[in-house]
Ligand binder design. Sequence first.
Ligand code: NDP
Ligand SMILES: Nc1nc(O)c(N)c(N[C@@H]2O[C@H](COP(=O)(O)O)[C@@H](O)[C@H]2O)n1
Length: 222
Amino acid sequence: MRPFTFINVASSVDGKISNEKRIQLRISCEEDLKRVDELRAKSDAIMVGIGTVLSDNPKLTVKSEELRKRRLEEGRDANPIRVVVDSKCRIPLDAKVLDESAKTIVAVSRIANSEKVNTLRRMGVDVFVAGDDKVDLKALVEYLYKIGVRVLMVEGGATLNWAMLREGLVDEIYVYYGNMIIGGSKAPTVVDGMSFDPPISLDLLDVRKLGRGILTRWRVLR
Ligand SMILES: NC(=O)C1=CN([C@@H]2O[C@H](COP(=O)(O)OP(=O)(O)OC[C@H]3O[C@@H](n4cnc5c(N)ncnc54)[C@H](OP(=O)(O)O)[C@@H]3O)[C@@H](O)[C@H]2O)C=CC1
Ligand SMILES: Nc1nc(O)c(N)c(N[C@@H]2O[C@H](COP(=O)(O)O)[C@@H](O)[C@H]2O)n1
């Protein structure tokens, strides 16, 4: 068993999610960031790859005090669990995602440095070990389901989005297209990695104008 899983990503019109420097770019408008916050508030866990942590140093919390309060009233933690997919345990010990605002799970593989793993555990971080080289994503989502995660939000980046799709672990995808072109053949896209052959088919569930961009919602067909 695994959680209902969706990817949320903000893309330029040309499909890029950052530039070739892989710095955090503001692609979403205010309206879209509000929508993303609502999605976070509805989720039990938010997952990112280590590439995103190293590039963006995200906090991955619910920004609206009202939404955090509502979660508490529902008997949930104020913020969803944060999950970092990090085979080699490269996460910096001062990463914002390890702060006190929410529970964090760092998923590593068996090649991770055991001293670093122990340091994280001493800091109160839950370290989940699965996979010989890369993190075994199927084992990870099954573990998340076992600890009560029913709705999982994946917030990138390009490589994790690809790996989750390749493993057949994604139910829906939201792509917000911001009103910009980023360009650059080395810039990360919504999905990097190797091409899918045949391509993964999608069903369009919704499309609407949001702020100065377009929000699309897709169901992943198997
Ligand atoms: N606009 C947007 O909505 C968003 C944009 N971004 C941007 O995306 C970029 C980061 O994306 P990217 O560099 O692709 O990094 P990711 O965040 O996708 O992390 C990828 C890393 O995850 C680790 N990993 C562990 N297990 C697996 C597995 N089973 N399969 C695949 N990867 C695994 C690998 O590193 P290792 O082997 O060391 O474990 C891999 O390199 C940044 O530029 C960031 O700003 C990110 C999120 C959202
Ligand atoms: N929805 C969205 N729009 C953008 O323009 C973005 N750059 C991103 N990036 C994602 O949001 C994370 C930042 O989270 P915090 O604000 O620090 O909580 C970042 O790491 C990307 O996953 N998203």
